[in-house]
Design a protein around this ligand. Structure first.
Ligand code: IMP
Ligand code: MG
Length: 246
């Protein structure tokens, strides 16, 4: 039985420093609501008990954090799908010296697992990261992703880039990043691998070249994905309980 208690209660002062002064828009599967920061049930204000629930995918029992409503993809399901993706990308890029670029922060776990799944690893493979942020402390995209691409032209020019995203939602982040890599960084090609595709929420016409799973329109956390920077360390992906937004 897996026990997971990643969230430890910090001091009151520490908690206060994380509260936001603005109302926060939340998109839950029950619709849009606007919350004030005092109403936010902060995950670390709750005791880090671990509950038991049936995983939605697969037939194993997993112990899940008590803030989670249910698991959508178990640790095992993620592991085997990511391995498959790694093998597929390794085969497609066998002679291309790929530059694998993870999109921080959400894709840090996925990127680490994906590159280790790239077997046999193409000669000349390199791994690096770029940073994008669009959510802040909300569950709704700001619509204006911030990008930080701190790569030297000599690293990217003429390279075949594999951009690794945790989830494609509106598609705005990837559209901006792809254009930047092709135009400013002079990449020879850019393909996109995303673990999850939330196609129902797309605002621009972009489709991943590789994807792990289609994702229903819930706000999800775990395996790198966060809510207000929490829950990234969960080894599975699941839906937060609605009361965590209320
Ligand atoms: P996009 O620009 O709207 O496609 O935003 C993509 C980014 O938003 C992803 O890389 C994630 O970091 C974040 N994101 C989108 N949906 C979720 C979610 O359900 N949970 C956590 N983060 C999300
Ligand atoms: Mg992301």
């Amino acid at each position: 039985m897996l026990k997971h208690s990643c969230l430890r209660a910090p001091s009151v002062r520490h908690l206060q420093s994380h509260l936001h002064p603005r109302p926060t828009s939340i998109l839950s599967h029950r619709g849009m609501v606007t919350l004030h920061h005092r109403e936010l049930a902060h995950p670390v204000e709750r005791s880090p008990h671990v509950g038991k629930a049936q995983a939605a995918q697969g037939s194993v029992d997993v112990a899940i954090h008590e803030d989670m409503e249910r698991v959508l993809w178990s640790e095992d399901a993620l592991k085997s799908r990511v391995k498959e993706l790694g093998r597929q990308i390794a085969a497609d890029y066998a002679d291309k010296r790929p530059l694998v670029l993870g999109v921080l922060t959400g894709a840090f776990t996925f990127t680490a697992d994906l590159v280790r799944g790239m077997e046999p690893c193409p000669a000349g493979t390199q791994v690096n990261f770029v940073r994008a942020s669009s959510y802040g402390s909300s569950t709704e995209s700001s619509g204006q992703p911030g990008l930080k691409v701190d790569l030297d032209l000599s690293t990217t020019k003429g390279r075949h880039v594999v951009l690794v995203e945790d989830i494609v939602d509106t598609g705005l982040t990837l559209t901006l990043l792809k254009a930047h890599l092709l135009q400013e960084c002079q990449a020879a090609s850019v393909s996109v691998v995303c673990l999850l595709d939330k196609a129902a929420r797309r605002k621009v016409n972009i489709a991943p070249d590789y994807k792990g799973f289609d994702c229903p329109d819930f706000f999800i956390v775990g395996y790198g994905l966060d809510f207000n920077e929490y829950y990234r360390t969960l080894p599975y992906i699941g839906v937060l309980k609605p009361e965590m937004y209320k």
